[in-house]
Write a protein that binds this ligand. Sequence first.
Ligand SMILES: Cc1cc2nc3c(=O)[nH]c(=O)nc-3n(C[C@H](O)[C@H](O)[C@H](O)COP(=O)(O)OP(=O)(O)OC[C@H]3O[C@@H](n4cnc5c(N)ncnc54)[C@H](O)[C@@H]3O)c2cc1C
Ligand code: SF4
Length: 454
Amino acid sequence: MPKDNNAPLRSRRLSDEEIAKNFSDMHPPLGRSEALIEADRCYFCFDAPCTTACPTGIDIPGFIQKIRSDNITGSAQTILRENIMGGMCARVCPTEVLCEEACVRNTHEDKPVNIGLLQRYATDPIFENSIGLFERGSESGKRVAIVGGGPAGLSCAHRLSMLGHSSVIFNRDEKLGGLNEYGIAAYKTVNDFAQREVDYILSIGGIEVRNDVALGEDFTLAELQDEYDAVFLGFGLGSVNDLGLADEDIDGVLNAVEYIAELRQADDKGDLPVGDHIVVIGGGMTAIDIAVQTKRLGAENVDIVYRRGPDEMGASTYEQEFAQTTGVKIRHWAKPKKLLIDGRVAGMEFEKTKLDDNGKLSGTGETFCLNADVVFKAIGQTLSEKTLGVLTGTLELNKGKIVADDELKTSLPAVWAGGDCVYGGDDLTVSAVQDGKIAAIAIDRYLREESNNG
Ligand SMILES: Cc1cc2nc3c(=O)[nH]c(=O)nc-3n(C[C@H](O)[C@H](O)[C@H](O)COP(=O)(O)OP(=O)(O)OC[C@H]3O[C@@H](n4cnc5c(N)ncnc54)[C@H](O)[C@@H]3O)c2cc1C
Ligand code: SF4
């Protein structure tokens, strides 16, 4: 984390009012009449391509129909029974590449039904008024250990409770929620929504929480396998990838995810020191989020540099445009070559890139430099070495992630895994929630078969 006295980083670049405005709700909620007008735009398609495009398979026309008849609680139940984090997903899902991209309204009007905002309209009252929609299933006597209290772990715990099993969540962070609490951009989830959602999930009962404990430090996987009837691993990815340059640990070269976590936890965002010139390396959501948030803290120039073209960026076109309208510059087809150092980081030299005749990315030899008070690394996350060290030799891994089958079962007996730590996923909140749900259903079947056989 940069130090405030570490010129040229400064806190309080903007007034309190400007900061409050910059970090206010990105998509203010719909009122009743707006929601009814939007719900009326739905064709209630028989084959509902929007539902097929939703990783959790929410019956989208079904919940929109209930909004039309003012059955808001019924609408929320339709959403939350498939996706217990339907409130957070209404705020953070890249709907433009999921349900809304599939909406047939796009072909007729070039504008989909605003499914995300309708989902928020239906679910907000449930969290605001703590309306319990789900009950714990009758007690099976089985106990499941869940490692990680992010979207994957919480979703798994909630579904296990509905199915009658108890669980214990072992969580490294001080608070539950994972990246919903520590990673998602601040203007996407205001008013402590992540913790309100966690409280709602836990209110079903049968879920014990142990925060500030870590697999590999405070307990081992073998211990959990001995003590519990099944184990679910949902510990996300703890580290960011390195750039592979000399002097990468110099002052001013920062991990984007760590800075965002500080920003999310800061009581007063104006206290965060920020530079004049920010360079962000990467092309996904993290790159967009760190760029937009530092710009909104008052950085003068923020450049995202990505080694390929706009179509290859992990961030959607909508997110790229969102960053650009905030004043962030996105430079494509360039890769970091060298850090420029003057006691601390002062800039970066880049080499322009292109695809060669075989479609392989290569440098053109042409270079350019950018000034930088801070360089943020945002080129993807990876399992931390500590966690990997614990797993190596026991679990089957691929490219540093856990291999799991369609039901999220790993190579170890009675061990399932889901969310970002699993190989082949798309690293979205909604997908982590779906993994937790699928794994819980598979664990339930396994536990019942065990009981019948035993
Ligand atoms: C900056 C950023 C912005 C993002 N923005 C979006 C967005 O706008 N929309 C979207 O859909 N997705 C977004 N994502 C992705 C999304 O947040 C993740 O896909 C999702 O949170 C993954 O959930 P998870 O439960 O697998 O892991 P995480 O959310 O990472 O949770 C992992 C949990 O495991 C715990 N843990 C870690 N190691 C251990 C250990 N050894 N022992 C015990 N507990 C451990 C941690 O404390 C944490 O609570 C973003 C990601 C980042 C980094
Ligand atoms: S695709 Fe669009 S119009 Fe059709 S059911 Fe889904 S939201 Fe409604």
